[in-house]
Design a protein around this ligand. Sequence first.
Ligand code: ZN
Length: 648
Amino acid sequence: MTIEDIRTAGGPVAPTRGRQRPLGVTDVVLTGGFWARLQDANAAATLRHCEQWMEKLGWLANFDRVADGTTGPDRPGWSFSDSEVYKLIEAYAWEFGRSGDPTADEAVRRLTARVGRAQDVDGYLNTAFGHGEQQPRYSDLEMGHELYCVGHLLQAAVARLRTAGADDLVAIAQCAADHVCATFGRDGRPGICGHPEIEVGLAELGRALGEERYVEQARLFLDRRGHGTLRDIPLGRAYFQDDVPVLEATTWRGHAVRALYLTAAAVDVAVEQDDGELLAAVERQWTNAVARRTYLTGGMGSRHQDEGFGEDWELPPDRAYCETCAGIASVMVSWRLFLATGDVRYADLMERTFFNVLAASPRPDGRAFFYANPLHQRSAGTPADDDAVNPRAEGGDRAPWFDVSCCPTNVARTLATWHTYVATAGERELTLLQYASAHLDAPDGLGLEVTTTYPDSGHVSVRVTRAPSGPVTLRLRVPPWATGAVLVEGGRSTVVAPGFAVVDRELVTGETIELTLPMTPRFTWPDPRIDAVRGCVAVERGPLVLCAESHDLPPGTTLDDMRVHATTAPTDRDGTVTVRAVADPGPTEPWPYTAEPPGPGVTAPTDLPLVPYHRWAERGPSAMRVWLPIVRADSVRHGREQPADHES
Ligand SMILES: [Zn+2]
């Protein structure tokens, strides 16, 4: 595969039509800053870290045991542990495409060889079912995850196809996809998988190989869902979205990752089959769920019992589940919708989720992760053991690995491709969506060098390194919070509104276009219908949600005691944001309910420092909160005068 082939092959998503086109995996190269640091740690540590854990726990050897004929029901790992191997292969494949690192290529080959030996002659590939004394194939479609695992295998093959070309991994995936089509096709068993993922894998492999059969099979799975196709389970049919057909659903419900993977596939199928009704249904679900079921961080899923969406306005900060994988899945949906429609709101939510969910998960060294991402930790957790599997997905400290370890490999594959979300192309048009220092080698002969320390500063400099002849349209996304952003180009300075700042003319090689986004910290108010945070305010700076940590409290106070003066704007001194706060321990009675409203009982005001949410617990476990209760007098004032200034 030549570099030109890789350039044109696309990233994780390459629709055959749509308002915007993604750039290729080598078209954008990060050159420093926030995301380059995360991408570097991913390459240097996370990929190998994941492989070592899966080797240690026997999840890789599961494939060897199937090949050797020695496996059985005692196999280590959950039924879906194969999918972690596939996500890791996908991450290695993208990393090889991004950096050309030969050790990433070797890792793909090494893992592919072990996976391939476990494939049955008819294409079936799974280490938890169908071999030795294990349960028969497809005997537990509700919770067995067999098709889910294949979906991740197909996504890994897409990564390989688009960065190295067809090889053994692609052949294994095609064989598995053909087996799925033969078994669950129109004339086959009318089943679906309890965990959507096969659909999005089939749709993308279909695109990558030009195999419409695979897209059609994804469509079949989508159409079968929502009609009570699966057996009922105690968590209810909404858990796996088999309660309402995708076309009729008005919002996301049930298990968040399931709901969002399913939706990503629905966009793929809608785009490939030019189904406007299906696309409109998905946009409606996005609109409703983002307006009423999404946290300030972009996190999704407020219920622990089923890792699922709550009802509208059910967004408790302390019980927020906000699984890292759900944030990644939300990005998958919004990216596809942006490519299909070009609507800026999808790119806006991606940025929010990138900075406040994805970036919150990995420790800076890339060797420990958050699984759940609550917006409020009431008491500092205990330090996670760097050498032990974390049995729970929560606890207030990043852990090296989990019993259910979906998030680390999902972080790995997403960071390996983060640069592919920076920009999109249209007809003689380039749109910058996410800001990071980078070289861009865009279609139509346009070259750009972006220089910025975003999100530390809001200044973005775009130098034209190669200008095509004739006019081009360069668009720069202005986030919804960036009121008063300024664009300087062609000797003119203009205030630009949220949406897109547009430069539409012939560009000159060597010229520089500057965008300045206002980074003054700001209060953000919740919709009063979100009961759990009524009477609270959050602070944001640029794309970052901030939080208070117990590490920074005045002596003798607790985070529970702190009240914020919402009448005094937050300040930013050399990058340290503070709010004016007082400690109010409240009444000391043995019963926390009183006939009278609480009195003023407050200490002298102090400046309470805030840190970016994505950095919480980096200094060790802490109590933490994003939503800060306001001083009562402020609450009354804002209740009367202050309109809710919340974003979508
Ligand atoms: Zn996860």
